[in-house]
Ligand binder design. Structure first.
Ligand code: GCB
Length: 909
């Protein structure tokens, strides 16, 4: 079931993706002088797992037709098999080059391919690129111009110790995953092929409220065989297209010469400053005009934003002379069902979602992203920091250093013109995967090598772009980074802090910030990460750390927001993450997904997103915080036909009035953007309506919540029992959105009612992280949380249901054991000994019988040997209850302790 449901979702997503591709193709560039011709459609693609093929010598590769953006890992990162294809993929395509282009500049422009690429023309290698997150250009010469020219692109995402990232908590999707186009330009043209830019670089200088300078420089190429006298002209237009100023210069370019140029600065009086509130964009049209003919032969259009900013260790960030707290999120680029091959329109939507949340800051993490993202930030007024993917660790080689430096310069040059960018960064938690822990001198050497690389990247960044700040993001080991000399290198230190998630209490976050500021008083600080996993299917009334509930996430973010906003030395903060993202190696409640997003992987807002919106978007806001909790359940108190449960309303108004099933529950003040309601839910659909006033305007929000009210005592007549889904050893509610069902936590049996007899909740041994349950990926199900908790050593389970016919489904998964399941059936005892000595988690040998109303229904169940570790197992039975003893499950040990993970009981007569 898991796989087929999954493929249905994927088909839908693919269909959506292909619509976007068609749309994208319709938009080819209109410019006469230079054209970018979209090459996204109809590539032949084949994986080359044997790494045998060469361009033209394909062997027996199996080809399929694909459009780019394309990744070969969209699906295999979500299956139950650990790992995903990391190897070579070939793309090939025949291109028709028009004969009239014979004297033009032609080049292929790749916006991104992960991570090593080689490009071939008619079987001959014509270019290559290292690094998965920056663009590259491959000039085309020696074409046949007869319709038979064939381009082949070899992309390889295998591990390479010379290329960052080496390891990280995200998936290294392989493929030609950003757009590809053909540049057709005049033989005399702007260019910086080495860095795959258009060759025109613009920045603002000496900006103030009363004036600014616009500085334009760049490179051009004269690929003709004659000397050319060229006028370089740039016209600055305001946002209405009105000409403000023109600057020009004349250059002489010899035959086959590349040269750099600088135009006289343009000065702008009383500029419209760019800011989050008013992201005012001027436009510069920079042209090459043939001095002899007066003809414009190339033109590049660039958005220009005029702003000035600074960071201060005590007062934080200031933009255009005004203190601004940077608030926002980090962003990964993948999307549900698509991997990293995401159409630009969806990427832009992410920035729009951030803006509408009230954010003014995007940490483009952990690597440079699609130009569409930065364009949207320029347009919407989102300040950004962009970084290269040095994550967790480095390789101490010249090749690694060289590749990192190249990436850094490519990143800066390719994104230089975006006014939204204020920070270049280059390392994330580089001391996380410490090497040589058992060899102190070697470890010291490693630390020194990291500091050397950091210093080189710092110097390179400052030299390449002195107009922005530099940053490095560290994990919470403040002393470690300080001792390693890494804190003093960048201009800003980013801290990734997770008090209340990976350890400690959320309340420790604020005091910890104070300590860091005291320890490093002269360094501006940004909180570059903080977050808590929220699996939108999980809810809890007594939320605890690592239960993955939405409710814990709300408490966590509320505390963090308070601490960030009350400290002026904190320049800004970026929640980790804007949306959930793929991290193939993660297990936990939603395997392969990091759930710290404020949005889901398909960009559905969680309540945490709305919490930010209520705090930071200035527009009137009111939202019933049902979040994903539109199916709820619970046990009715004796003789009651309702159950009272907490419902939050999220708002920036002063007070809220709530109506439940047409009846007012009164009006309540809003505190810290929340009002908490004890709502009496009845069985079935509950209509909820919230109303509030904001500056004389009425706001309203509605929702319907389906409530499954379970009788406390089955004999109560007013609530007929129909069906119940129970998770054992758990304290949370779980929603199965596919089946539209709610799973409730279990309870201890009491007469007349239902519950377990005996047993203890499963807990991972020696884990300070999770209070109950396992974090293993459970194979064969989407509903991992149903199987990740269990009662261990239970004697029985009883439901005192009335007479009738019932279906009973028992759900099991062996949670003990560590990766030795495949051999378990054959020689368990010796393996236990072996793993004991290797200090591994030892699977208890467990064999048990299960009886249903005294009848033996499962004999000698040995989950580990029959099904392996962490495999979901269902056993379905029917039973007639003809007396008043209800349903009685009895567990009898043959060896070890019996377990039960979950249980479903349904009346079927
Ligand atoms: C971090 C990392 C980030 C992870 C995040 C997490 O500190 O920088 O890449 O995804 O923590 O969720 O654990």
């Amino acid at each position: 079931m898991r796989q087929s449901t999954r493929s249905r979702i994927y088909c839908l997503v693919l269909l959506l993706a292909s619509c976007f591709t068609v749309f994208a193709q319709a938009q080819s560039s209109k410019k006469e002088t230079r054209q970018y011709i979209n090459l996204n459609a109809n590539w032949s693609f084949a994986k080359d797992p044997g790494r045998q093929a060469t361009a033209g010598n394909w062997g027996n590769l199996k080809w399929a037709t694909v459009n780019v953006p394309h990744t070969w890992n969209a699906f295999d990162v979500m299956d139950d098999e650990p790992g995903y294809y990391r190897g070579i993929g070939w793309y090939k395509k025949k291109l028709s080059f028009k004969p009239e282009w014979k004297n033009k500049k032609l080049a292929l422009y790749f916006e991104g391919a992960n991570q090593e690429t080689a490009v071939y023309l008619n079987g001959k290698k014509i270019g290559s690129h290292i690094g998965g997150y920056t663009a590259f250009t491959v000039p085309l010469t020696n074409l046949k111009f007869n319709g038979t020219d064939e381009i082949a692109v070899k992309v390889d995402n295998a591990y390479n110790e010379s290329i960052a990232p080496l390891t990280a908590d995200f998936t290294f999707f392989g493929g030609l995953y950003r757009k590809v186009s053909l540049l057709v330009a005049d033989a005399v043209h702007f260019q910086d092929d080495q860095y795959a830019t258009k060759g025109v670089y613009i920045h603002a200088n000496k900006v103030s409220a009363s004036g600014a300078e616009v500085i334009i420089n760049g490179n051009l190429s004269n690929a003709t065989a004659v000397q050319k006298k060229l006028n370089l002209v740039s016209t600055l237009l305001d946002a209405n297209g009105k000409k403000i100023a023109v600057t020009q210069t004349t250059v002489v370019a010899n035959a086959k010469q590349d040269l750099s140029f600088a135009l006289p600065a343009i000065s702008v009086k009383n500029p419209n400053l760019w800011s989050p509130e008013k992201p005012y964009l001027y436009k510069a049209m920079t042209s090459i005009v043939d001095a002899k003919t007066g003809q414009t032969i190339d033109e590049v259009t660039t958005n220009v934003g005029l702003r000035f900013f600074s960071f201060d260790a005590n007062t934080g960030f200031s933009l255009n002379g005004k203190a601004v707290k940077l608030i926002g999120a980090s962003r990964h680029q993948d999307f549900a069902g698509m991997g990293n091959a995401v159409p630009s329109s969806l990427q832009v939507k992410d920035v729009e979602l951030l803006k509408s949340m009230g954010g003014n800051f995007l940490r483009v993490a952990h690597y440079p992203q699609d130009q569409a993202v930065l364009d949207a930030c320029d347009r919407l007024g989102i300040l950004t920091s962009v970084e290269i993917p040095i994550v967790n660790e480095i390789t101490e080689t010249e090749a690694f250093t060289r590749n990192c430096k190249n990436m850094q310069v490519e990143m800066i040059k390719q994104n230089y013109n975006h006014p939204s960018i204020i920070i270049w960064a280059y390392m994330n938690e580089v001391l996380l995967r410490m090497k040589f822990n058992n060899d102190q001198p070697r470890k010291q050497q490693y630390l020194e090598n990291i500091a050397t690389l950091a210093q080189q990247l710092e110097d390179l960044t400052r030299a390449t772009d002195p107009t922005r700040y530099t940053m490095m993001s560290n994990h919470g080991d403040v002393n470690g980074y300080t001792k390693a000399g890494l804190v003093k290198i960048p201009m800003i230190v980013g801290w990734n802090l997770y008090q209340g998630w990976y350890g400690g209490k959320s309340e420790d976050f604020g005091p910890n910030l104070d300590k860091i500021h005291q320890q490093i008083p002269d360094k501006p600080i940004i909180i570059t990460e903080y977050g808590a996993d929220v699996d939108p299917r999980i809810h809890a009334f007594t939320p605890i750390r690592f239960d993955k509930s939405l409710e814990y996430g709300m408490l966590y973010h509320q505390i963090y927001i308070g601490a960030i906003m009350s400290r002026s030395f904190v320049a800004g903060a970026a929640a980790w993450n804007l949306s959930d993202f793929n991290s193939e190696t993660r297990d936990e409640t939603m395997p392969h997904v990091n759930n710290k997003g404020l949005l889901t992987l398909a960009r559905q807002p969680k309540n945490t997103y709305y919490l930010y919106k209520a705090h930071f978007n200035q527009q009137p806001f009111l939202k019933i915080g049902d979040g994903s909790w539109t199916i709820r359940g619970g046990v009715a108190p004796a003789n009651s036909s309702t159950l009272t449960q907490l419902l939050q309303v999220i708002s920036n108004t002063d007070s809220v009035t709530l109506f439940v099933n047409g009846k007012s529950l009164g009006t309540q003040a809003v505190k810290d953007r929340l009002s908490n309601w004890e709502v009496p839910f009845k069985n079935g659909i509950n209509e909820i309506r919230a109303v509030a006033m904001y500056q004389g305007k009425k706001l309203e929000d509605r929702t319907s919540i389906r409530f499954v009210l379970q009788p406390d005592v089955f004999a109560q007549q007013h609530l007929a029992f129909k069906a119940i889904n129970i998770c054992l050893g758990s304290q949370r509610q779980f929603i199965d959105f596919q089946q539209k069902e709610i799973w409730l936590p279990s309870q201890a049996y009491k007469p007349g009612s239902w519950g377990s007899i005996g047993g203890e909740p499963f807990k991972i041994k020696n884990s300070g992280r999770q209070a109950y349950g396992s974090d293993k990926n459970i194979r064969g199900t989407f509903n991992d949380p149903v199987y990740q908790t269990q009662l261990v050593g239970l004697d029985g389970y009883q439901l005192d249901v009335p007479k009738g016919k019932y279906e009973v489904v028992l759900h099991f998964a062996e949670l003990m054991g560590n990766g030795i399941q495949s051999v378990l059936p054959y020689n368990l005892d010796s393996l236990i000994e072996a793993s004991k000595s290797a200090n591994k988690e030892v699977p208890e040998q467990r064999i048990f019988d299960v009886y249903l109303n005294d009848k033996l229904i499962i004999k000698n169940l040995n989950l580990a040997s029959t099904y392996g570790i962490a495999n979901s197992v269902q056993k379905k039975f029917e039973c007639m209850v003809a007396d008043d003893k209800g349903i009685r499950l009895t567990f009898k040990s043959v060896k070890g302790k019996p377990v039960l993970n979950a249980l479903q009981v349904k009346r079927i007569d």
